[in-house]
Write a protein that binds this ligand. Structure first.
Ligand code: ADP
Ligand code: NA
Length: 327
């Protein structure tokens, strides 16, 4: 195992979808054991940067914990915890905020996207990337699995490591991006956009808890085109190509091999094959999520234990930071 430390976070937005799973969570699972330590956080402090419902948030945190465990995050091999239970995140974020200029934040994607939807955003939404930097550096993390959409936010964490080191003496490592999985799953109804929980079309997104019938129906309704043969051509045939990518991801094979397996099948038959592959992968995950959702006490114990272990890692780092700042 490499000597580095991995950190990543996911917002508690409820049960993840197939895009979250194939794009992110699968690689989270495989990173376990590859590094000295692996730290995964359910980042609920980030969830309150926009208007939110406390009862919903509470459910979503436990649903995300159940989902991560069901996908294969093993609390013995990684530190799995809820961000708000480790108050060091907020404290380091404040210190970093004092080292960040206002213009540096203005052009970051999160703020540009989400503040535009409303006429104004909260201060928390504006400084969200500073909190992300604190999340990462609080564990002196060296490697951060990120999607392309988050690369600029990681750059802020790298800047802040450098700025802190220049101001208060060499301390933080500069975290590096792990761009291992760049797999993007597309919406089943509009393959020009990515699969997302915010897609208003109910048939567009497959959730990890969808029943086999729902999965089959959604894939049967997936947008394809008038050509019945299965080929891979994301530009000209985004719908069919999305199914091929899904198939390849689930079968653990190349796109060429997936197309090879589709030879002789029309898109209708191919959809059945893809649906079966999705159902086969999701069934044990769905069953485990259902089981864990019924055992709230267990989920709370896992999170409390994870928070203890996160604090053990974070406390000495913050102690040294406080000392250097002059507290
Ligand atoms: P959503 O777009 O549904 O709101 P999030 O923004 O909460 O998803 O993303 C959570 C994680 O899942 C991120 O790491 C993101 O890169 C990844 N992710 C989200 N949608 C997809 C997708 N369609 N394909 C691959 N990865 C995705
Ligand atoms: Na999103």
């Amino acid at each position: 195992a490499s000597r580095g430390r991995v950190f990543s976070g996911i917002q508690p937005t409820g049960v993840p979808h197939l895009g979250n799973y194939l794009g992110t969570l699968e690689s989270w699972v495989s990173l376990q054991g590859q590094y000295r330590s692996v730290v995964y956080s359910i980042v609920d402090l980030h969830s309150i940067t926009q208007p939110q419902d406390p009862a919903r948030l509470r459910v979503n945190i436990l649903d995300m914990a159940a989902s991560l465990l069901a996908c294969g995050i093993d609390p013995e091999r990684s530190v799995l915890f809820q961000q708000s239970q480790v108050s060091e995140h907020a404290e380091l974020s404040w210190i970093f905020g004092c080292l960040t200029s206002m213009p540096r934040l203005r052009h970051l994607p999160q703020w540009k996207m989400k503040s535009k939807q409303k006429s104004e955003g909260s201060v928390g939404l504006y400084t969200y990337p500073v909190l992300q930097a604190a999340d990462i550096l609080l564990y002196k993390s060296t490697h951060v699995p990120v999607g392309e959409d988050q690369v600029q936010h990681l750059e802020l964490a790298q800047d802040l490591a450098r700025i802190f080191n220049n101001t208060y003496g060499d301390f933080f490592p500069e975290p590096r991006a792990l761009l291992s999985s760049m797999r993007k799953v597309k919406s089943l109804r509009d393959p020009s956009s990515k699969m997302s929980k915010s897609d208003p079309q109910t048939m567009a997104t497959v959730y990890l808890t969808d029943s086999p019938d729902d999965v089959s129906l959604k894939i049967r309704r997936a947008v394809t085109d008038f050509i019945s043969e299965v080929t891979f051509d994301p530009e000209a045939r985004p719908g069919v190509s999305n199914l091929v990518l899904l198939h390849a991801a689930l079968a653990g094979c190349t796109v060429e091999e997936a197309v090879g397996q589709a030879r002789g099948l029309d898109t209708g038959k191919y959809k059945q094959l893809v649906a079966e592959a999705v159902v086969q992968r999701l069934t044990p995950i769905r069953e485990e999520i259902d089981r864990l959702r019924g055992d709230r006490g267990h989920l709370e114990r896992v999170l409390a234990d994870g928070a203890d272990r996160a604090r053990e890692l974070a406390a000495p780092v913050l102690k040294e930071v406080r000392h250097r700042v002059g507290f």
